[in-house]
Design a protein around this ligand. Structure first.
Ligand SMILES: C=C(O[C@@H]1C=C(C(=O)O)C=C[C@H]1O)C(=O)O
Length: 393
C-alpha cells in the first residue's frame, strides 16, 4: 500500500468517511459514491457479499462492522473508490472538554460477575464439554460538555504505530439521532487475506505497560511465564486452527506465543499463517467463520455467549465484533473490535473485556479491563489510568 504518494487530508474532511483504517500497513478507506449493503446476520452474509461482489468496480471496496452477536445485523457499505490517504497527524489544539464518567457496571460489580463465572466453571468442570473460558466486559459511559471531536480523537489513536486505528459509521438508533460512530485502536488482526495467503494474529493474555522501563520489562516477562495466561491464549489458537484447517492447503502456527505490545498493553500473540484452498473466498467471509473467537467470547463459543448475555448489564452491540474491508479481488483485513468506543454527539461508551479461566482473580481482571480503557481515555484527553481500581494500580 503506497501511503507516501498521498498528502494528508485534513482530519475534518475524513470525519464523514463511512469507514477508514490506519495501521502499520498503511491507510485505507471508502471514497466516492457509496451504498449500504442490506443489513443482516452472518448466516446471510455469503449471499449478500456474493451479490455485492457482482457490482463492485475494480477500484471499489466493501467495509464496515460485524456486531458481536453472530445473529445481529451487520453494518457494511460498498464504496466505488478506495482511498489511501493517511490521517493528518497535526492535531487541533488540545481539547478541553469537561467530562462525567460513569462505569457501567462498577468495577466491584464487574469483579462479582467474574467470581460468578469462576464458580460456574468450577461447578461445571466435570460435565461433558465444560465452559473453559469466558471473556467478560465492562463499559464506561462518558458525557462531555460539547460534541466529541471524532476526527481528532481518531488521529490521536493513530499515533500508536502498533495498532490499527479505525472509524466506522454506525446505523442511527432513531430517525433524527446524531450520527453514531465506532472508533478504536485495535491491536488484534482477526484475518488478513492477500491472494491465497492468510494471516490471523490472535491476542490473549495481557499486562499493563509501566512507565518505568525496568518494571515494564518485568511485566512482559511475568506475562510470558504466566501459566494462567498461556492457558487462556492456547484456547484461542486451538479454536482458530480448528476453524481454518478445512479451508486451508497449509496452516502453521509457532508452538508458543510471542510477546507483543501497544503503547498501553503487553499481550501474548500468535501469528497463524495459511494458504487457502479457494483463494477467491472474500476475506470478510473467512473472518466471519472465525468471529467471535475465544479472545473476545469464550469456549465453547455458544455457551460463553449465552453467559455473557446473562452477566453483562450493557449489550455489546458492535464491541467485540469485527471491523474491516474487502476489495474487489476479495483481499482485505478484518480486525477484532476492541479498545474502542461508540461516539454519538457529546456521549461516548467505552468497552473493555478480559478473558476468564479457572485461576483468574476477579480484582485483577477488573484492573486489566481498567488498563485496557487507557488508549481511548488518553485519546479523549482523560487520564489513561482513571478506570483502574486504586488498590490494584
Ligand atoms: C476483550 C478485549 O481484549 C481481548 C482479551 C485479551 C485478554 O483477555 O488478555 C487480550 C486481547 C484481546 O483479545 C478487550 O480489549 O476488550
Amino acid at each position: 500500500m503506497n501511503t507516501l504518494r498521498h498528502r494528508a487530508a485534513p482530519a475534518a474532511a475524513l470525519q464523514s468517511a463511512p469507514f477508514l483504517f490506519q495501521g502499520p500497513t498503511g491507510a485505507i478507506g471508502a471514497s466516492g459514491p457509496l451504498q449500504p449493503l442490506p443489513r443482516g446476520p452472518i448466516a446471510t452474509l455469503p449471499d449478500r457479499i456474493a451479490k455485492a461482489m457482482q457490482h463492485i468496480p475494480p477500484s471499489g471496496i466493501i467495509g464496515g462492522a460485524l456486531p458481536f452477536e453472530r445473529d445481529g445485523d451487520d453494518c457494511l457499505w460498498l464504496a466505488e473508490q478506495t482511498h489511501h490517504t493517511p490521517l493528518d497527524p497535526r492535531l487541533p489544539p488540545e481539547a478541553t472538554l469537561t467530562w462525567s464518567v460513569t462505569p457501567e457496571p462498577s468495577a466491584e460489580d464487574y469483579a462479582a460477575s467474574v467470581a460468578q463465572a469462576l464458580t460456574l466453571m468450577e461447578r461445571h468442570a466435570s460435565l461433558p464439554d465444560p465452559l473453559r473460558k469466558i471473556v467478560l466486559a465492562r463499559t464506561l459511559a462518558l458525557s462531555a460538555d460539547r460534541a466529541i471531536p471524532v476526527a481528532s480523537v481518531l488521529a490521536r489513536l493513530a499515533q500508536d504505530a502498533s495498532v490499527t486505528a479505525f472509524q466506522v459509521a454506525l446505523p442511527d438508533t432513531t430517525d433524527n439521532a446524531q450520527p453514531r460512530t465506532l472508533i478504536g485502536a485495535s491491536p488484534e488482526l482477526l484475518l488478513r487475506k492477500t491472494g491465497a495467503e492468510i494471516l490471523s494474529h490472535p491476542l490473549a493474555g495481557s499486562a499493563k505497560r509501566r512507565a518505568d522501563p525496568e518494571q515494564d520489562r518485568a511485566a512482559a516477562q511475568a506475562l510470558a511465564a504466566s501459566a494462567k495466561d498461556l492457558r487462556e491464549h492456547a484456547i484461542v489458537v486451538e479454536f482458530i486452527l480448528d476453524i481454518l484447517t478445512p479451508h486451508c492447503r497449509t496452516l502453521t502456527a509457532p508452538s508458543g506465543p510471542e510477546i507483543t505490545s501497544s503503547d498501553t498493553m503487553w499481550h501474548l500473540g500468535t501469528p497463524i499463517k495459511g494458504t487457502l484452498k479457494d483463494p477467491d473466498t472474500p476475506s470478510v467471509l473467512i473472518a466471519s467463520l472465525l468471529h467471535p473467537t475465544p479472545a473476545v467470547c469464550g469456549a465453547p463459543r455458544d455457551r460463553a455467549a449465552q453467559l455473557i448475555r446473562q452477566l453483562e448489564p450493557v449489550a455489546r452491540d458492535f464491541y467485540a465484533g469485527s471491523v474491516g474491508w474487502t476489495d474487489a479481488t476479495g483481499d482485505g483485513a478484518w480486525y477484532v473490535t476492541i479498545r474502542c468506543a461508540e461516539i454519538q454527539g457529546h456521549r461516548a461508551r467505552l468497552y473493555a473485556g478480559a478473558g476468564i479461566v479457572p485461576g483468574s482473580v476477579p480484582a485483577l481482571e477488573a484492573a486489566e479491563t481498567g488498563a485496557k480503557f487507557g488508549a481511548l481515555l488518553r485519546a479523549l484527553g482523560l487520564a489513561h489510568d482513571m478506570a483502574i481500581p486504586t488498590e490494584t494500580n
